[in-house]
Design a protein around this ligand. Sequence first.
Ligand SMILES: [Zn+2]
Length: 218
Amino acid sequence: MKKLSLLLAFAIVMTFVLSGCSPSAQDIEDAYSVFGGANAFGSELKNPGTTKTFAIGGTPTGDYRDAAINACNKLNGVSTKVNISYNTNNTTGDWRMRTSTSGDIASNTKGVEYNTSALGNYYVVSSDIVIVSTYCDALTANQKKYIALHEMGHTVGLKDLYNPGLSSSNNKQKAYDYILDNKLTVMLSAYFSKKTEIHALTDYSEYDKRSIKDVFGA
Ligand SMILES: [Zn+2]
């Protein structure tokens, strides 16, 4: 009898623990309504139906090359409106992914046209992604993939997701905390500021895909 009640108590505790860990559908919707869809974008890829060709020849070798190619392929898999091709022989061009030994972690210097996008102030018309090997050599292959996915996310116009901070509404803070805790997007800047915690996502999350499809179409 004692054994049975202990078992029952254990089962009840585990039910609470497990339900506390798994994301609830409503929490996802709440977070998406604050930071998802058009709210996830700071600019907008111009002519999304046309193909953009990235030059990833030259310095991206090994893990970096894999990460660059993975980011192109995964972004292509999200929406038929976003078409990325890559040329592994070229090193020049307006659309590039490369590595460098100077700078901090990674960057995306986009060419933009001002004040015409419906989503943000800018249309993205080119993209130059640099992953800094001085820092990133120490990361795992999957962490390098996260970084390449993140920078490719900027190419279509996704913006960094920052902690909204003390001045924000509870609603906004709760949404951010939820997205961070559940690693719902590759666009979290937290992983870039806390360098040791860069996550190892190897594809866009369902949350990211939904934002891109809501804006560009499936
Ligand atoms: Zn970023």
